[in-house]
Write a protein that binds this ligand. Structure first.
Ligand code: BG6
Length: 491
């Protein structure tokens, strides 16, 4: 296991501290880093929100959240108690210049690294940053962390970036895409650039196509208000899926320095061929779940999940075919699909190699399957390379696909940290490699926006699919038209 080196002592101010993200993700992540000795014990987490609470009330909420969201074996009561004592609460409407900013200023230490984490709706990023600036709270060692989505289209993303940029420099701005903090996503960099064998076989000469699937079994849960204005393209494709595509498709960066990696990702985003309105039916599929069953249990449809809506044209499923116009990827399609209420929660990248150019084996010696590299991001993180091997025994010559299989949890025998643990510590360390730069976010919106426009200009609605199925049948047709199939060995 990598050695844990404590970060510098820090103050972290979380805006939106009573919200779901803070309670479900940020506090548990900080607890783990505190427990493992990476968060120095004098560090301070300041929870800021509008609710009328005091320190003790907030600590009680935090303690409850830890009980709910930290694995039971990992939660030590005494450590959790010490951690909660590092939390303070400030009642503050951070969008108001005349709020009680002095109460916040008083508990911040001017010498420390200062992290402002904006776990709020993105339309508040501008006002909060403006106030942080005018209240003189932004020191040289300050950073601001922005959750996705950065805006809901290119213009709003630019506006947010301008507003934040008027107070924080780009180097101080950390735009989170939590997929980049996942262990297996970082392992993609290791796979490609720490192994001679793969990088030589990472191009159109040998790769037929790439598939990226991010499927979830959950519906929109309590987030209908946000989700119905967003939809799967904005919620998952514009950020997580395009970031995964970038890591698969980018050229080797000259170093791991943040900007060198981000330069390469940006080139991929800029090389994506725009999908024009007249092609949107052929190259994209949008769906919306209806009632069905997940794990044998009946579940309602999307409209019912919205509580009170009569109709909605928001997509909960997207499949699309993307084209990266570079020498490396000429004529190698990238098929992306993501959706809610699909049969399994799985995130996976499949690199499908080309069929043999010539075979010396009899045609009937095997059920031929071209090599396939499957990178499993979650669950059961690992990698599998499917290869043809000879069936053992002295009988006739038979070949079968067999897998070289690495399951990380089994190999390393440790808990896989949540993405937020690394990302929060990287923010304190000032390492922005796993965060998105302004131009990347805007380039991703530039590619996604014409698809949104094409959809809104079409009379048809998202195609219904029963919960518990792999989306509308049109998503299957999208890939099968090209003589290919979605990877199915998902269990
Ligand atoms: C979030 C989306 O960014 O990612 C959610 O807003 C989605 O809708 C979530 O459920 C998926 O993340 P993970 O880590 O569970 O795959």
């Amino acid at each position: 296991m990598a050695k844990i080196i404590p970060v510098e002592t820090f103050d972290c101010v979380v805006f939106g501290a009573t919200g779901d993200l803070t309670l479900r993700k940020l506090l548990p992540a900080l607890y783990y880093r505190f427990r493992d000795g990476q968060m120095p014990p004098e560090s301070h987490v300041i929870a800021a929100a509008r609710s009328d609470l005091d320190d003790e009330d907030y600590r009680k909420r935090a303690s409850k959240a830890l009980k709910e969201h930290v694995a039971r074996d990992d939660l030590d009561a005494e450590t959790a108690d010490r951690f909660c004592r590092r939390l303070s609460y400030v009642r503050l409407d951070a969008t108001k210049p005349d709020a009680d900013w002095k109460a916040l200023a008083k508990i911040l230490d001017d010498e420390r690294v200062r992290v402002f984490y904006l776990a709020t709706s993105p339309d508040l990023y501008g006002p909060i940053c403006r106030n942080l600036g005018s209240q003189g709270l932004v020191t040289e060692k300050s950073r601001v962390v922005l959750e996705k989505p950065i805006g809901h289209d290119l213009a709003s993303a630019r506006q947010i970036n301008d507003d934040v940029g008027a107070v924080f420099s780009e180097a101080q701005t950390y735009r989170i895409d939590h997929y980049l903090g996942k262990e297996t996503v970082q392992n993609l960099l290791a796979l490609r650039f720490a192994n001679t064998i793969f990088e030589r076989l990472w191009n159109a000469d040998v790769i037929d196509h790439v598939q990226i699937t991010v499927s979830e079994t959950v519906g929109v849960e309590q987030r209908g208000g946000y989700y119905d204005h967003s939809g799967a393209l904005r919620d998952m494709v514009q950020n997580h899926m395009l970031q995964l595509l970038c890591l698969v498709a980018m050229e080797p960066p000259v170093s791991l320095e943040a900007d060198r990696v981000r330069d390469e990702k940006l080139k991929v985003l800029r090389a994506l061929r725009p999908i024009e309105a007249h092609e949107s039916t052929a190259l994209t599929v949008r769906g919306q779940y209806t009632q069905g069953a997940i794990d044998g249990q009946p579940v309602p449809g999307y409209i019912a999940d919205l509580n009170g809506a009569e109709s909605s044209s928001t997509e909960t499923f997207v499949a699309l075919k993307a084209d990266v116009r570079t020498w490396r990827w000429a004529n190698v399609p990238f098929y992306l699909r993501t959706g809610k209420r699909l049969p399994q929660k799985v995130s996976e990248i499949v690199i499908q190699y080309r069929a043999l150019p010539f075979s010396i084996f009899p045609e009937d010696a095997a059920e031929w399957q071209p090599n396939k590299l499957i990178i499993r991001l979650q669950p059961e993180e690992g990698m599998r390379l499917s290869m043809m091997t000879k069936d053992p025994g002295p009988g006739g010559l038979r070949l079968s696909p067999t897998a070289l299989d690495i399951r990380f949890e089994k190999t390393f025998g440790i808990r896989f940290p949540d993405a937020y643990e690394r990302l929060l510590m990287d923010t304190v360390r000032g390492n922005a490699t796993l965060f998105m730069r302004r131009d990347e976010v805007e380039a991703a919106w530039s590619w996604v926006e014409p698809i949104l426009q094409a959809w809104s200009g079409r009379p048809d609605q998202p195609r219904p699919y029963p919960s518990g199925t792999w989306g509308p049948t049109a998503a299957i047709a999208l890939i099968e038209r090209d003589g290919r199939t979605w990877h199915e060995d998902l269990a």
